[in-house]
Design a protein around this ligand. Sequence first.
Ligand code: G4P
Length: 529
Amino acid sequence: MSSIKPQIEKRRTFAIISHPDAGKTTLTEKLLLYGGAINLAGSVKGKRTAKHAVSDWMEIEKQRGISVTSSVMQFKYNDYCINILDTPGHQDFSEDTYRTLMAADSAVMVIDGSKGVEKQTIKLFKVCVMRNIPIITFINKMDRDSKNPFDLLEEIENVLGINTCPINWPIGSGKDFKGVYDRLTKNVLAYTANNGQKEVEEKAVPLDSPELTDTVGKYMIDDLLADIELLEGAGDELDLDLVRKGKLTPVFFGSALNNFGVEPFLENFLEFTTPPLPRETEDGIVEPDSDYMSAFVFKIQANMNKMHRDRIAFMRICSGKFEKDMEVTHVQGERKIKLSQPQQMMASDREMIEEAYAGDIIGIFDPGIFSIGDTVCTPGHKIRFKGIPTFAPEHFALVRQKDTMKRKQFIKGTSQIAQEGAIQIFQELDAGMEEVIVGVVGTLQFDVLKHRLENEYNVDIIMTSLPYQFIRWIGNSDVDPKTLDLASDTKRIQDLKGNHLLLFTSEWSISWALEHNKGLILEEFGKNT
Ligand code: G4P
């Protein structure tokens, strides 16, 4: 057995996904509390209060009280070493969020019990499905009036298309919330509302204990017994194989704010998910416990600390052991580099690390050499992981600098920000860089771009929004876009790598293009490699 295997076996790396306000930040905070990673409830939170979430660090996030960038947090729980990837849940979130999911081995989906499956959850869920990673569901806010739990399960199954298996079952909700019945231990975890107090006591009572009637009440028990019978008859069984393939989601009910049901959730989650799995590369599979280190860059963040004007490349280690100052091959750059100043993030607090293992996420100081999707590995290996897709932007704007004397800074700023992957930039065919078309996954990125160009590059810009809604990469390498027969509102553009694309205002124009140009291939995802 390789000597690093025990280290890798302990690791769990997951992302939390949710629609804004479902309780992702609150749940993250409670999980970190269990690991002793933070001492104070409230230090991850902040929103409209003076304090700010540990995971919110950019100024714009502070101004708006939202989490724009995704951060990474590591904590230990029992014998496990857990990496949480925070994905911004804001409705205007960016491509970063999608890419973060590429670095995760599983996902926790937080759903607000009173609202059910919401829009952003659907989008994020689709990316998880694309990767077949396990998805564990936490239905939150059971201390508020919630939808009928059977309806919630049906909604998940119908809207998201994944089977569900409730691991616990709520007894009432809102004012009548009495706790949850744990279907695995067959105990009731009783909930006692504590008048505004933020933590409630959890008390396990067997289903057949007379004490339960006092705690829960006779009517509630009758309802619960009826529900249990229904579940046994109709629900899906817990099949870990299906869970690990992302075909079945175990469902937990609880209340993150009250720290109710969080620890059992965490413990089961750790059992249900696997340590880091082998990863696909262009030349086969890489095993996590290989004797060589390999990692890929899934996110680049510049100027996290304005004082230092630095750039950090976030890497997911896929195999082997990483050691501080180790020399690696940067495969795409075709050269050897030393990985100095490795850092692990506890949001804005960075901690220097000496070593890390497959499954871990590290931040490396980037002198401007990395792009999203790049690989570093032990010299002698040339691994290229299957490309992280470029997700199609959904909003477009024409951007140019106010002061033409600032052309250099404008080009530098937009190119660097695009290299980080926060925005995508395009040009009209044969046009210069005086003005660029910026495409983003979420409109908030326009504000981030403006803010960063002003503050970090000292450039004022004029931004005009464009009516396009869809972008497609032209898949045929031998097609000259100028010869295509297109609807009048379709625009021909190219990206910085010279790939040709088309911008459409409607689905109708896409069909038109396909009908009038036989053999034309239009792709929704671009390759980053
Ligand atoms: P997000 O990261 O998914 O956007 O959600 P977040 O955790 O920030 O939670 C959104 C709101 O929901 C917060 O209230 C939070 O306190 C509340 N919340 C989270 N979990 C629960 C729960 O189990 N029960 C109840 N009743 N509320 C919950 P807020 O008023 O928007 O923010 P704040 O004023 O508390 O900071």
